[in-house]
Design a protein around this ligand. Structure first.
Ligand SMILES: CC(C)(COP(=O)(O)OP(=O)(O)OC[C@H]1O[C@@H](n2cnc3c(N)ncnc32)[C@H](O)[C@@H]1OP(=O)(O)O)[C@@H](O)C(=O)NCCC(=O)NCCS
Length: 176
C-alpha cells in the first residue's frame, strides 16, 4: 500500500468517526502501550468520542481523505505551577503502520498545538522502553530524550520503564 503523506490532515473527532475509530481503538496492538482499555463495540466508540475525544482540550483525528486512521492527544496541564507543560499521546491503525504517518502527523500537530496554547513551553512524551517505534517517531519529530524513568508507569497490570522526551516551544524552527 502506498500512502501519499500530503493527504494527511488533522481535525477534531466527530460522532460519524465511530466505525473508523473502532478499527484502531478496538485493536489490542494499538492500545497495548496506551492507558485506555481496548474498545469492543460501536457504542463504546460513540461514547468514547462523545465523552473523551470531543471535550478533550486538544485531541485530533489523523485522517486520510477525511477518514479517521488514528489520533493525537496533547493534554495541557492546568494550575499556576503546571500550565507551561503538556503531555502527548498518539496511535495509528495497524494497517497504516510503517508509512511515516505518525511522524508526519506529529510534525503537523506540534506547531499547531503551540500556536493554540501560547502559555505552554514544554511538551512531554512518556514512552515505554520497549516501544521502539514510538521512540523513533518522537526522535524524528525533534523531541529530545531526557532519560529513563525506571518502573515509572503502571500500565495493563505491569510496572513499566519509560523514557521521557521533551520538545520545547523554542525548538520550533523560527520560519517554518
Ligand atoms: C508508534 C506508532 C504510532 C508508529 O506509527 P507509524 O505511522 O507506523 O510510524 P512511522 O511510520 O512514522 O515510523 C517512524 C519510524 O519508526 C520506525 N518504527 C515504526 N514502528 C517500529 C517498530 N515496531 N520497531 C522499530 N521501529 C519502528 C519506522 O521504521 C520509522 O523509522 P525510519 O523512518 O527510520 O524507518 C504506531 O506503531 C502505533 O500506533 N503504535 C501503537 C500505539 C502507540 O504505541 N502509541 C504511542 C504511545 S507513547
Amino acid at each position: 500500500m502506498e500512502v501519499d503523506l500530503s493527504k494527511i490532515t488533522l481535525r477534531p473527532f466527530k460522532l460519524e468517526d465511530a466505525d473508523d475509530f473502532l478499527l484502531f481503538a478496538g485493536d489490542d496492538q494499538v492500545t497495548n502501550y496506551l492507558r485506555w482499555q481496548t474498545l469492543s463495540s460501536k457504542q463504546e466508540a460513540l461514547d468514547h468520542i462523545k465523552d473523551v475525544c470531543i471535550p478533550h482540550p486538544w485531541r485530533r483525528s489523523i485522517c486520510i481523505d477525511n477518514c479517521s486512521i488514528g489520533f493525537i492527544s496533547i493534554f495541557p496541564f492546568s494550575g499556576e505551577e503546571h500550565r507551561f507543560k503538556a503531555n502527548i499521546g498518539y496511535g495509528v491503525a495497524v494497517k497504516y503502520w510503517g508509512h511515516g504517518i505518525a511522524t508526519k502527523a506529529l510534525k503537523m500537530a506540534v506547531p499547531q498545538f503551540f500556536a493554540d496554547f501560547p502559555d505552554v513551553v514544554r511538551l512531554e512524551a512518556f514512552i515505554d522502553a520497549q516501544n521502539l517505534g514510538s521512540q523513533r517517531v518522537v526522535e524524528k519529530t525533534g523531541f529530545q530524550k531526557e532519560g529513563l524513568l525506571r518502573k515509572y508507569a503502571y500500565m495493563k497490570g505491569n510496572l513499566r520503564d519509560m523514557f521521557i522526551y521533551s520538545f520545547l516551544s523554542t525548538d520550533l524552527p523560527a520560519n517554518p
